[in-house]
Design a protein around this ligand. Structure first.
Ligand code: SF4
Ligand code: SF4
Length: 111
């Protein structure tokens, strides 16, 4: 599901070998997933151009991606399981790295 793949950012960290993060699991792909991470709450903490119809606000004005009754993000195409706003997806979605700990955790819980 190439159009869906999260940006796997390579970060330069000031780490020693002992605390370096483990490499991502290369066997994991969004193509063999079911958009597990698109059921998580996604806070909007910067303006990336998410269309208003996909934004939920609480009483204090905090913004998150709206989710529908099935639990998935409102911006997910239910047929292709791809993100319909990929170019404008929130920062949190851009940072969620395929094959790393949080991804593996969501897959273990939902696949
Ligand atoms: S949980 Fe991981 S593999 Fe599944 S869609 Fe999200 S980033 Fe892709
Ligand atoms: S904005 Fe796109 S990538 Fe982020 S949770 Fe929604 S469907 Fe998934």
């Amino acid at each position: 599901m190439a159009a869906f793949s999260r940006t796997n950012l390579s970060m330069t960290l000031d780490t020693t070998p002992s605390d370096a993060p483990s490499p991502p699991d290369s066997t994991v792909s969004c193509a063999n997933c079911q958009a597990c991470c698109c059921r998580l709450e996604v806070m909007l903490i910067s303006d990336t151009g998410v269309p208003e119809r996909f934004i939920a606000r609480d009483r204090w004005g905090s913004q998150t991606m709206a989710r529908l009754e099935d639990g998935w993000c409102a911006a997910l195409d239910r047929t292709s399981l791809s993100c319909t706003i990929y170019e404008n997806r929130p920062w949190v979605c851009r940072e969620f790295a395929m094959g790393e700990h949080e991804c593996l955790s969501e897959r273990a819980a939902n696949l």
